[in-house]
Design a protein around this ligand. Structure first.
Ligand code: GLN
Length: 230
């Protein structure tokens, strides 16, 4: 089992360290052909326009989109979530190139700038159901996005109350999202979190992500069995 971590910029080293803590080796991905050698891909937090420019420069876009369409697990955290979404809105999102695949509208910098970065305890019952432990998780939000809309195939894993002093009130696209916003989702092989699990010592999101590969393998085996019956 090889887990690739897109290593163009951002918190890729932190993801590799988090994987190491659960005994899994992360492989830094910078070239399209390196994606052939991995079964999973993590797209870290960082700065999504810079990441997109670097991905373009390294000719990675097609390979990343192909990887997503193979059904192998892909997890985007923060900027990685933006990069994986079908649509980005909000501050500085005009014309920004995205990998897409995740049927969500993501608002960049929803919670405001660096000054409004925060940590909060999120209710994530699904995490406890799958991984044990408490049904909450310490969410580290750094210039974080939020998911404003999620398609019918998207399972919401966590939402977050919007801090009352939040800068989003000045952003028209966020009108009507005053109480809470979605911050963690799963859609088949795709996982997205607006926060940074790799910056905490709780490895359950990484474990959950790795289980998605096993589930995808089982799904493929089942459909192979079914096609055999046809
Ligand atoms: N604000 C960044 C962006 O829009 C994301 C921040 C992060 O990944 N911590 O790309």
């Amino acid at each position: 089992m090889a887990v690739g971590v897109l290593a163009l910029q951002g918190s890729f080293k932190e993801h590799i360290a988090a994987l190491r803590r659960i005994g899994v080796k992360g492989v830094e991905i910078r070239k399209p052909e390196q994606l052939n050698n991995v079964d999973y891909l993590i797209i870290p937090g960082g700065e999504s326009t810079t990441m997109a420019k670097l991905a373009d420069y390294h000719n990675l876009f097609n390979a990343l989109q192909e990887f997503v369409s193979t059904g192998k697990p892909v997890w985007g955290t923060c900027a990685g979530l933006i990069f994986l979404a079908n649509k980005a809105v909000g501050q500085k999102s005009g014309g920004q190139k995205l990998i897409g695949g995740l049927d969500c509208v993501v608002h960049r910098n929803f919670f405001g700038s660096q000054l409004q970065s925060f940590e909060t305890q999120l209710a994530v019952p699904k995490l406890a159901e799958k991984e044990g432990g408490p049904d909450s998780f310490r969410g580290v939000f750094i210039r974080a996005p939020a998911i404003l809309e999620a398609g019918p195939d998207v399972e919401v894993l966590a939402d977050c109350p919007v801090p009352s002093d939040n800068a989003r009130t000045t952003i028209p696209a966020a009108e009507g999202k005053k109480e809470k916003v979605i911050v963690a989702v799963r859609q088949g092989n795709l996982l997205g979190t607006a926060f940074h699990p790799e910056l905490t010592s709780d490895s359950r999101w990484h474990s959950l992500f790795l289980k998605m590969g096993k589930e995808a393998g089982e799904r493929n085996l089942m459909s192979a069995d079914e096609s055999h019956l046809e």
